[in-house]
Design a binder for this molecule. Sequence first.
Ligand code: MRU
Length: 352
Amino acid sequence: MSSSLYSLRWEAGELVLLDQTKLPGSITYIRCSTCEQVAAAIKVLAVRGAPAIGVAAAYGMVLALQEGLSRNLTGKELADFFDEEGRKLDAARPTAVNLSWAVKVMTDLFHHTDEKSVLSVLTEKAMAMEEEDKRLCDGMADNGAHLFEERKHLRILTHCNTGALATCGIGTAFGVIYRLHERGQIDCVYADETRPLLQGARLTGTELMANHIPCRLISDNMAAYVMAHEHIDAVIVGADRIASNGDSANKIGTYGLSILAAYHHIPFYIVAPFSTFDFSISSGKEIKIEERDPEEVRSFHGVYDAPKDIPVLNPAFDVAPHELITGIITEKGVLTPPYDAAIKKYERSLQL
Ligand code: MRU
């Protein structure tokens, strides 16, 4: 990704977020000095993408602590304030598990650290999570690219945005694509525009062009045609929450792509780091799907494409069933069916 664009940055005790709702039209940054501002930015998708949401939330918890300390709260009062800010932040978006994971890590750390050093300990933890996210992206990219070794002229279809804008590194699914491009193996990346908020067109489009990756933008309803006529080698997408059986929630439209890929005998890969796994749930049925504002479907940037009062259904995510997933690319390797066993083994490897 061109170095001028980044999803988030910690600067002089504030969290600076690139306002992704304004891309590609304008490059605007939001400075957050409170946890409440971070929650609001997550809600409106100024910062989005599961790993970036997780790291933003970690810094949000640092801001909550800063605010509590600046109000001279101590002991139980400080702890109550911090926990309440954490609960509100956690409620900003329900599907990406990276959000609740980060809030929990920071909350646990807060309760196990003495008050004198807690601000520096939490700040260092958030910074470490940001650095770790970069390394995780590189690990996923290497493991994903390994699947295509010796292959040239690859045509990859992807969905939503999973790149530098969705993470703190080169991305999840986009990271794999980026690595393949570095190695001269990409012929073309087909990017779904990703209705209703166009993360594919606006964000992945920006990242593909910034990195000079050969690409073609398609509208979501062209995916079947493209699979039938354009010799697609693989579908590679990210995830927002992965259940213990491999069912994977990702941006709305991913479920449909998994079915289309199976019909066309095209490998379908999910790419995600450990923080996207929810080992506490047994299947995708337990994943809460975020339902967003109907206005997102009726209109775009305030311009209506539909009657203003038409009833709308707007689920932001869907679940690709594990049976249709060829492999889940992680920082530790590629998980393959049967996923129950592979994910248990992966979970154990994280505890070592
Ligand atoms: O609603 P968004 O833009 O946060 O949705 C993002 C996605 O669905 C991504 O594909 C997912 O978070 C994986 S990204 C690294």
